[in-house]
Design a protein around this ligand. Structure first.
Ligand code: SAH
Length: 226
């Protein structure tokens, strides 16, 4: 998979992809992530990419032309399955959308800033708009990093223990069960006996019961259609 991210603040996207699972995914050539500086596509000497909103009002609006030039350059080089705009009014990101996107080949992600982007960019170039939740951030960079993280860890071969993503919360209809590690007793608090028993069937049953209990308590909505 190849992911191209277009942003006015490329520095914000350096660290999120330079560690841990996302770094290893790139080293294993399972994903190729490229960050493009929108200002390189500005056609004025100040490299500005935003302007005042037509009709007045507060906040600057990002112009369509620099984004269009960058997208068109990329699309001339290869085919893209999606051009995604990160936006609070987009479809809310969830695990099933992440699973769906993990099957794609090449995607472009656009990060907005200020008041947002010229609507013509959204109308003419964008195939999908995604929100990471009902709150507003200053820019699309952190949302893009969230999206890339959740998608890339689902690409086959990225996680070393293939089954670990499958038992994660939201992968099925249940939240994940509680987990414990050494020591077996800490300040008098013991790890549940069954986990030390070596009886895998009993452990699996316990995990299922705990996952179900946690889901009933915290997210009964996930069980609604049972
Ligand atoms: N005026 C816009 C918000 C602009 S915030 C509105 O009310 O809808 C600036 C940029 O940050 C957006 O263009 C978007 O790219 C990004 N952004 C902010 N919150 C986001 C969220 N919850 N999910 C995805 N992107 C978000």
């Amino acid at each position: 998979m190849r992911i191209d991210i277009i942003t006015v603040l490329p520095g914000l996207l350096t660290s999120p992809f330079a560690h841990s699972i996302l770094l290893r995914a790139q080293q294993k050539n399972l994903v190729d992530i490229h960050v493009h500086n929108l200002r390189d596509y500005a056609n004025n000497k100040h490299k500005s990419v935003d302007d005042y909103p037509y009709g007045g009002g507060s906040g600057m609006v990002m112009q369509v032309a620099p984004f269009a030039l960058c997208i068109e350059k990329l699309q001339a080089e290869r085919n893209y399955d999606e051009v995604i705009f990160m936006s609070p009014d987009g479809v809310r990101l969830n695990q099933s959308l992440a699973n769906h996107l993990a099957l794609k080949g090449n995607i472009i992600i656009l990060c907005g800033h200020y008041k947002g982007v010229d609507q013509r960019l959204r109308d003419l170039f964008v195939t999908r708009e995604i929100s990471i939740g009902d709150y507003v951030l200053s820019g699309g960079e952190l949302p893009a990093a969230v999206l890339v993280d959740t998608v890339v860890r689902l690409i086959p071969g990225v996680l070393s223990d293939e089954t670990s993503a499958l038992s994660d919360s939201f992968q099925g209809e249940l939240l994940d069960a509680p987990v414990y590690t050494r020591p077996a007793e800490w300040r008098g608090h013991k790890v549940p006996e069954v986990l030390l028993s070596g009886n895998q069937k009993a452990i699996d049953n316990w995990r299922y019961d705990q996952a179900l209990k946690r889901t009933r308590e915290r997210r009964p909505d996930l069980l609604d259609d049972e």
